[in-house]
Design a protein around this ligand. Structure first.
Ligand code: NOJ
Length: 484
């Protein structure tokens, strides 16, 4: 009797231990999961007019305002790239996301003038990353269009499709040997909303009722053109993958029991993520955008929808132009149903019609968003191309550690419990940089002293923490001992 109850106790103990071991195992990242960090040319490079670089819309935007803070020098990565690669290596990064400044390669955006010094800069960076076993993830367009291309109409003109294609082809020819992950465009929503719909970003056109949608239309065609060039001319030999980066918060209905709030949440995601992802992953704009903008345009007395209509040929050309899903996501927003306003001034905001809360941190949001994406688009591999925490600076950035560990933990749940194929995670950003108008908003794992002539880099607490997570491939501090 005593013996058998001891045996039973032993069995229970083993089960308990195995259970917790299994749980700990679930805090271990899969062997092929890639940890990374992200940057963008205008935000880190500086050297805005060096070695033949042309003028971008961002150079012009800040210079014409006489702004005190510009990206002219930024982190000075144009000169300090060796130190940046060294930091990436010491962090243990498996990938490093960077963007190419279009004007460093093609000063006026066209093939009429190819700048070899610009090409050499990126060749040096890419080779150094490869030598250190860090996979470059390269964004072709992270918002810094050549001023010349913008003057030709930018994303309001279909001419950009061929200019972008020429530029992308040159990048594939020149850098393709070193790049396995390409991104055509970063966050098209932001390009079109803030630059064409509003005047927050260049070209600051403030065309919120129609230019914003025209931008999306030409941008998707430019993306698809670059995708097809890669697919038809380079993929077989270079064996890389290419996609577009979409951004979206997770939206929660303010009242989870309200059907109207739930419908509003769905519409908010469709107007944000779906605006670009729908055409790429399913074909055409989301139906709710076609319907709402079409109806409102008609009520405004227009003969055509403000949302440009794709031809069937265009739909087919854009549909399927992805080899993986790349997602930028930072937080959660609560949405409340708002009755549709009567037709008046045409605007993306009234087309969408939703009341938003401020964005807040909620690690569960990323898991829900990933599931939403997987259910709608079935995209296969997903990379979190950006996620990160902003603060006012300082080396003791416990808030950033808490944020990243929460989001990573939620991603592990998505991998193990929801069976989602999330293959990588990129922190925005490896270092503090120029947040599109401000040096005060700090996102870096590594501090940059922008007042020092040397732009001194200093590791924050989060950098050491991330290094340790990458090293142990685990979030729980007890992982290693228990696994061994
Ligand atoms: C989105 C953008 O891709 C990046 O340029 C920006 O700095 C971060 N998110 C943070 O706002």
């Amino acid at each position: 009797m005593l013996k058998s109850s001891m045996a039973l106790g032993y069995i229970i103990l083993v089960c308990l231990f195995n259970g917790s071991l299994a749980q700990l195992n679930q805090r271990l990242f899969p062997d092929d999961f890639m940890f990374g960090a992200a940057t963008a040319a205008y935000q880190v490079e500086g050297g805005w007019d060096e070695d033949g670089k042309g003028v971008s819309i961002w150079d012009d935007f800040f210079h014409s305002q006489g702004a005190n803070e510009t990206g002219d020098v930024a982190c000075d990565s144009y000169h300090k790239w060796r130190e940046d690669v060294e930091n990436a290596k010491n962090l243990g990064l498996q990938f490093y996301r960077l963007s190419i400044a279009w004007t460093r390669i093609l000063p006026d955006g066209t093939l009429g003038n190819i700048n070899q010094k610009g090409i050499d800069y990126y060749l040096n960076v890419l080779k150094a990353l490869k030598e250190n076993n860090i996979e470059p993830v390269v964004t072709i367009y992270h918002w810094d269009a050549p001023l010349h291309i913008s003057k030709l109409g930018g994303f309001l003109s279909s001419a950009i499709v061929d200019y972008f294609g020429d530029y992308a082809r040159l990048l594939f020819q020149t850098f393709g040997e070193y790049v396995k992950y390409w991104i055509t465009v970063n966050e098209p929503t932001i390009v079109c909303e803030l630059g064409y719909g509003m005047d927050v970003f260049p070209p600051a056109l403030a065309l919120i009722g129609d230019g914003i949608y025209q931008c999306g239309y030409n941008l998707l065609k430019a993306h698809a053109h670059a995708y097809h060039i890669y697919e038809d001319e380079f993929k077989a030999t270079q064996k890389g993958k290419i996609t577009i980066v979409t951004e979206c918060a997770w939206y929660e209905p303010n009242d989870p029991t309200s059907t109207q709030d739930l419908e509003t949440r769905e519409r908010a995601i469709q107007f944000r993520l779906g605006w670009f992802a729908n055409a790429v992953y399913l074909g055409n704009w989301p139906q709710v955008m076609i319907d709402r903008i079409g109806n409102r345009s008609q009520a405004e007395g227009l003969s055509k929808s403000r949302l440009p209509q794709f031809t069937q040929e265009e739909i087919d050309y854009i549909n399927g132009t992805h080899d993986y899903f790349a997602l930028n996501t930072y937080g959660t927003v609560n949405v409340t149903y708002t009755p549709e306003a009567p037709p008046g001034e045409a605007s993306y905001w009234t087309d969408l019609e939703v009341t938003n809360s401020d964005t807040y941190d909620d690690p569960q949001g990323i898991r829900k968003l990933l599931n939403w994406i997987n259910n709608r688009y079935n995209p296969g591999e997903i990379i979190i191309s950006e996620n990160g925490k902003v603060n006012d600076g300082g080396l003791d950035d416990d808030d950033r550690i808490e944020y990243i560990s929460g989001y990573l933990s939620s991603i592990l749940d998505a991998i193990y419990e929801d069976n989602l194929n999330v293959i990588g995670y990129g922190v925005w950003s490896i270092m503090d940089n120029f947040e599109w108008g401000s040096y005060d908003k700090r996102f870096g794992l590594i501090e940059v002293d922008f007042d020092s002539p040397n732009k001194t880099r200093t590791w924050k607490k989060s950098a050491y923490w991330y290094q340790d997570v990458i090293n142990r491939r685990c979030l729980a501090t007890t992982c290693q001992e228990n696994i061994l």
